[in-house]
Design a protein around this ligand. Structure first.
Ligand code: FAD
Length: 513
């Protein structure tokens, strides 16, 4: 049995953190600065953000999940103002083209499907009707999906029946978003230093970081260091030598080419991200108000950089607005996210891949967790241990969700996709798939960022469906279920008809000047 003592670790208090140094001024750095400055306001904590304009930021990261709107609220940002400043659009979910075979499409909505009845999930009734020959897709029973396909938007009624309930995220220009956050953070007292970090000094006794040494501004000391330096992972990876857990064996893509383009003449901006499976990876398409973000995420074992760029250029729907931005990455994370007095947030902590746009969500949850477990200058190792435990679980759950996209693909005659189908699965994911494909049961694990409807969209979209259903769904006859389903579809059609086009909604609420 483990003895727990009040003296364990740093039981003393009274040595509060007086200074926080954030290294890096990309999305991670400025999101951290803006939220910390709000939460720590009035507590006498000096926050300094050091970044090097000569290095710049990664320049991608434009799609989000609905958690971004929680961040806006928690950071005290006006949603319409951020959207206006970052030329944002609404994102109701992601359309997956070609993942279930050439010509296929399914949608991952940020919303619910149908309505449960007698405590039995909607999809159980849907499975029962399917077995009887009604092959209508589950997409027909989700208002968010139907709005997206119709290029329309209206916030859901409150309260909303399940089929009409949805949340939404945003697409934004990452550079403009970071600039907006920088203004907010600096107005809240964050000190901004444009300087290149060239060395890190560690305390010889504790091993903690004592200061960073910069080319332009000399030494900058701090109590707590937040590493937001991107893939370089200057503090946690380089200075503290924290090892990297490599998941390339599970998530095969390791490069991306990104090219923004103009909107096609007369084209609208759809309220969703498009993810199109290609021979050696997949293409993203993210419509913003002023342009469209495009990228090809690929496995370098299966295509050269030149071929990937040529493929992407050939698929642009409007005039290219910049040279290709080529990015290399390795899926995985630092073994510890928090070590000593250093916490890594953003790409310095880890990165899976752009599919499902989870990186900014992980940035947000990392900042929240750090604030919940905020240390004093004794840096109780129990705080770091809990931070690391939860962060690891969170990353593993996201990894599994992404892995299901690859493993469940139905593409023919392409080595990348065949290899993905043969990937041995981690136990938890294998169990989850087994439970769903036997009788449609959903297994939930802690710290999963994705809820049942998200998993359901993938299972249904990739055709990973059971032959059987929950026996409790048999209390209704197929005719009764069909009648209820007809009514849901009618209500959804009414909801779509009453919504504005996405362009009109944007013009009325958050159009950029
Ligand atoms: P960066 O943007 O790289 O910022 C690093 C900062 O550190 C910069 O300010 C730099 O100047 C500074 N720095 C580095 N070295 C030094 C030094 N020596 N001295 C001083 N400063 C230094 N996420 C999503 O949520 N949605 C998406 O759609 C999405 N798409 C992506 C597509 C691709 C191809 C990739 C690779 C990532 C994508 N991401 C996405 C992830 C997203 O881009 C990042 O999570 C996000 O931009 C945060 O990056 P960052 O701030 O950690 O790093």
């Amino acid at each position: 049995m483990v003895q727990v003592s009040a003296e364990t670790g740093a039981g003393r208090s009274g040595d509060p953190i007086r200074s926080v140094v954030i290294v890096g001024g990309g999305t991670a750095g400025w999101m951290t600065a803006a939220l910390m400055a709000k939460r720590l306001e009035g507590l006498g904590v000096a926050i300094t953000l050091v970044e090097s304009s000569s290095i710049g930021t990664i320049g991608v990261g434009e799609a989000t999940t609905p958690a971004i709107r929680d961040y806006f609220r928690e950071a005290g940002l006006d949603e319409a103002a951020v959207m206006r400043a970052s030329h944002a659009t609404i994102k109701l979910g992601i359309a997956f083209d070609g993942w279930a075979g050439e010509g296929s499409r399914f949608f991952h909505p940020f919303g619910l499907y149908g309505t449960p009845s007698n405590g039995v999930a909607f999809h159980q009734y849907w499975l029962k009707l399917r077995a009887g020959g009604d092959l209508r897709p589950i997409d027909d029973y989700c208002l968010a999906t139907q709005l997206a396909y119709a290029d329309r938007f209206l916030p859901p009624p409150r309260p909303a029946p399940d089929y009409a309930f949805f949340d939404w995220a945003v697409h934004f220009d990452a550079g403009l978003y970071a600039r907006y956050l920088a203004e907010v953070a600096m107005a809240r007292g964050v000190r901004h230093v444009d300087a290149r970090v060239r060395a890190v000094t560690r305390d010889p006794q504790s091993g903690h970081i004592a200061a960073i040494d910069t080319e332009e501004a000399g030494a900058i000391r701090g109590d707590l260091f937040v590493d937001c330096s991107g893939f370089r992972s200057l503090l946690l990876g380089q200075a503290l030598g924290e090892p990297f857990i490599d998941w390339t064996d599970l998530l095969p893509c390791d490069r991306a080419a990104a090219i923004p383009c103009a909107h096609a003449p007369g084209g609208g901006f759809e309220p969703y991200t498009r993810s199109t499976a290609l021979a050696a990876g997949w293409q993203w398409r993210i419509p913003l108000q002023h342009r469209v973000g495009n990228g090809y995420v690929y496995a370098s074992r299966h295509i050269s950089d030149d071929e990937a760029v040529a493929t992407l250029i050939g698929r642009l729907e409007g005039e290219a607005l910049a040279e290709p931005n080529l990015i290399r990455f390795t899926a995985g994370h630092r073994r510890q996210f928090w070590s000593g007095n250093c916490v890594a947030i953003g790409l310095s902590a880890g990165f899976l891949e752009p599919l499902e746009s989870t990186s900014i969500t992980l940035i947000h949850s990392g900042i929240e967790r750090l604030l919940q477990l905020f240390p004093d200058r004794h840096f109780d190792p129990a705080l770091a241990a809990d931070y690391n435990r939860i962060s690891t679980l969170e990353y593993e759950r996201v990894r599994d969700f992404l892995l299901l996209h690859y493993w469940g693909n139905k593409r023919a005659n392409e080595p990348l996709w065949q290899g993905c189908r043969d990937t041995p699965l981690p136990d938890k994911l294998a169990h989850k798939i087994r439970m769903f494909t036997s009788r449609g049961r959903m297994v939930r694990y802690e710290w999963d960022s994705f809820q049942d409807p998200s998993w359901l969209s993938l299972f249904a979209g990739l055709g990973l469906l059971p032959e059987r259903w929950d026996p409790l769904a048999d209390f209704f006859t197929p005719d009764q279920i069909s009648g209820a389903f007809d009514r849901i579809r009618e209500k959804i059609a009414e909801g779509v008809a009453s919504a504005s086009t996405h362009r009109d909604y944007a013009a009325a609420h958050f159009a950029a000047a």
